[in-house]
Design a protein around this ligand. Structure first.
Ligand code: 3HC
Length: 705
């Protein structure tokens, strides 16, 4: 076993107080060296008669942010965290956690294993394990309810959201807030304890907060989180662990909780969620960009097109504190755009997603305009007019004339050729796609589309901007539909094909909903409106989309059934209702279309086949996107589909799904459907074939291309 590493955990003595300082950049994760260092420090200080109180603090930007997630795939190495924390709690001298930044997961468990906690006002504490498909595995499930009560503990453990220091103080999770220097305040706190002769206060031995637990509290929590975290195992296991934590003796509760933690750690859901956690961070790293020049400053923005999309994009800037001008051709359109914005902010305030002051301040940052000269001061302009290439080119020509030379010009097109749009300007290096998803102020995904000439500096600026706008960004290359819409197209094609073969549309939707999608593909088309799909297909080269498969969409559209807003699409909708009602007319039209296209119909298409075919289609299209270089790595495709289309995060994304199924199995199943349907899109992509043959991941096969 590796012994104490003085650099990772050091002891600084100040009179009778010892500071145990963890220094494991970037986030002080509890690696083996940190665990061993803490244990050694506890043992050494227990035997040091001069020391009367101990402060555990951290160097760098944060208190311990949790277990080291990178160690999770490897065999656990001693000392184990629960034992380290038990040892700290068992100390006979008061131990105080001094918290700055974020005390998360195992880090917060260390803090609540200490006898006292002092936190900086800006600090946050939480148990986000559930976001990684886990439960707290080092005592959190039995200690936290003893500190803050069962209901609040369940919310933190099953919900996973951190709380700020003030709230933590109110709950009883911290004892004092330090407004000045944390170390000075922690030292004063320790001296006070020594002076008062304060004894240790072991959280595991507290019983007041758990002595009167409402009988239905666990059942209510289960009902709540079954809905809020549909399909996820960890939140329910977390509630169960809290229940054990308050009903069983501490050591039994601890071992039950640890077993659950270890089981979950090996589960597919946890692996998927960890994959997404790292994919989110990796997506920001673009090969070759490390040496790129300084990103440009964005102090002022412009948005062209005051429709729902443009309005939402303007809100993204304003909410991030960037003043923005919203431009449209007529005053009437501008006023309409501004009123959409006002309504959206009012609804965010009503839903308590934003404070009234923040909404007002953001609104103040948005100005309307009809004259392009109003965009003269912008550092970036995002065009969000409707999808017409010639019109977009003329807008870019105009923007190129009025905007300052350094300004970045971005298009929000969902599928048009960004290279062609850039060619309308004299600053091709400063043109790129910034593809927001509807509603732009809510949806997390931002596809950053780089053209052949987008400079590294422009790309770098866009990546930083995305972070500032609190978006999940994914870099894509130019192709029809980029990553997201190209995947969506493939998915829809298969959903329609299943319907042509005889699967009722409600059965397709139900199967995908049960898989974890927020709604099925047909309900989604009804929600977004069929016209978007019809117009998009009008722009594709023949062969890009299986147009015949979409014939039903065209028929519905021509009949005025354009989706939810028109009261009917694939489903019917009662006046004022969003609940889809199946409609025999649609079934009839689908059957007629199948006959016309000579598609053999069956009545035995089950949920398993529906999910398999939709997922295989997504995976195969994703692999093509990868081999064409449109996406940099498979995790980016997963992220795009999760953040842009609501793919269940705990399934890890379509490419993760394929790798978990086994690429050889995926290849076999694709071949199976290819033989059966003789459609080119079922042919396994070369990348899948190569990765399956070499038994490697898609990314590895890609790097050896
Ligand atoms: N383990 C290993 N690496 C971690 C990590 C962790 N717990 N947390 C963050 N990192 C890494 C990131 O991967 C990133 O690495 P990179 O620079 O190579 O990409 C680097 O630290 C910086 O992270 P961020 O870019 O996310 O930095 P931010 O400042 O934006 O956010 C943070 C910091 C809030 C701490 C955020 O990283 C975070 O939420 N981390 C995860 C916290 C968490 O989930 N903790 C619970 C872990 S499970 C656990 O503790 C089990 C226990 O009960 C036994």
């Amino acid at each position: 076993m590796m012994m104490k590493n003085p650099e990772t955990v050091s002891i600084e003595k100040v009179g009778a107080v010892a500071f145990v300082v963890v220094n494991n950049p970037p986030v002080n994760a509890l690696s083996q060296a940190v665990r061993a260092g803490l244990l050694n420090a506890a043992n050494a200080l227990a035997a040091d008669d001069e020391i009367k109180a101990i402060v555990i603090a951290c160097a760098g930007r944060t208190f311990i942010a949790g277990a080291d997630i990178r160690e999770f795939g490897k065999p656990a190495v001693e000392p184990h965290l629960p034992n380290v924390i038990d040892q700290i709690e068992a100390m006979d001298k008061p131990v105080i956690a001094a918290i700055h930044g974020t005390a998360l997961g195992g880090g917060f468990e260390v803090a609540i294993g200490c006898h006292y906690r002092i936190a900086e006002r800006g600090a946050k504490v939480g148990l986000p394990e559930v976001n990684l498909g886990l439960i707290p595995g080092a005592g959190g499930c039995h200690r936290l309810p003893r500190l803050i009560g069962v209901e609040a503990a369940i919310d933190m453990i099953a919900g996973g959201a951190p709380v700020g220091a003030d709230e933590a103080l109110q709950m009883g999770a911290v004892d004092e807030i330090a407004d000045g220097d944390l170390r000075v305040a922690a030292n004063a706190f320790a001296l006070r304890l020594i002076e008062e002769g304060a004894t240790v206060r072991r959280t595991s031995e507290e019983t007041t907060r758990i002595s009167q637990v409402a009988p239905d509290v666990f059942e209510r929590a289960r009902a709540k989180f079954r809905k809020a975290k549909r399909g996820q195992m960890a939140p329910l296991r977390g509630i169960h662990a809290v229940e054990a934590g308050v009903r069983l003796p501490a050591d039994e509760a601890q071992s039950a909780c640890r077993d659950t933690f270890l089981q979950l750690r090996a589960s597919r859901q946890s692996q998927a969620l960890r994959h997404v956690f790292f994919a989110e961070r990796e997506a920001l790293k673009i090969p070759g960009l490390e040496r790129a020049g300084e990103p440009a400053e964005i102090n002022r923005a412009g948005v062209v097109g005051a429709g729902a999309m443009g309005a939402g994009i303007a809100m993204c800037f304003a909410s991030a504190g960037v003043p923005v001008t919203l431009l449209d051709t007529s005053q009437e359109n501008v006023v309409r755009g501004l009123s959409i914005i006002e309504k959206n902010y009012a609804s965010s305030v009503a839903k308590k997603k934003m404070s009234d002051e923040k909404a007002k301040a953001s609104l103040d940052l948005i100005k309307g305009a009809t004259d392009y000269n109003a965009l003269e001061g912008a550092d970036i302009v995002v065009e969000a007019i409707y999808e017409d290439l010639e019109l977009k080119k003329s807008v870019f020509k105009k923007l190129d004339e009025v905007c300052r030379p350094h300004a970045i010009l971005a298009t929000n097109t969902s599928y048009l050729d960004v290279n062609a749009i850039a060619d309308a300007t004299e600053r091709r290096d400063k043109v790129l796609g910034l593809h927001f998803f509807n509603p732009a102020h809510v949806m997390k995904l931002l596809e950053i589309v780089r053209t052949e000439r987008t400079s590294e500096e422009t790309l770098n600026t866009a990546l930083l901007l995305a972070k500032r706008l609190r978006k999940t960004s994914v870099v894509a290359g130019v192709c029809f539909g980029f990553i997201g819409n190209r995947m969506l197209n493939a998915y829809r094609t298969e959903a329609l094909r299943l319907a042509l073969e005889g699967a009722p549309i409600a059965a397709v939707d139900d199967a995908m909903f049960e898989f974890g999608m927020p709604m099925g593909p047909f309900a989604l088309m009804d929600l977004t409106g069929l016209e978007v799909n019809v117009k998009m297909r009008a722009q594709t080269a023949p062969g890009d989309v299986e147009q015949a498969t979409f014939a039903v969409v065209d028929r519905l559209y021509e009949a005025g059934r354009t989706g939810q807003r028109s009261g009917a699409g694939f489903y019917k909708y009662e006046e004022g209702s969003r609940a889809p009602v199946s409609d025999q007319t649609v079934d009839q039209w689908i059957a007629e279309e199948a006959e016309k296209q000579d598609v053999e119909r069956r009545s035995d298409i089950g949920a398993e086949e529906i999910v398999e075919r939709c997922m295989l289609t997504l995976a195969n299209e994703g692999a093509r996107i990868l081999e064409e270089g449109v996406a940099i790595r498979s995790g980016d495709i997963d992220l795009a589909y999760i953040a842009g289309y609501g793919f269940p995060r705990h399934e890890g994304g379509p490419m993760f799904w394929a790798e978990q199924e086994g690429l050889d199995v995926v290849q076999d199943r694709l071949n199976h459907y290819h033989e059966r349907f003789n459609l080119a899109r079922w042919r396994p992509s070369d990348l899948i074939k190569r990765a399956a043959a070499a038994k490697t991941s898609l990314n590895d096969a890609l790097s050896h291309q």
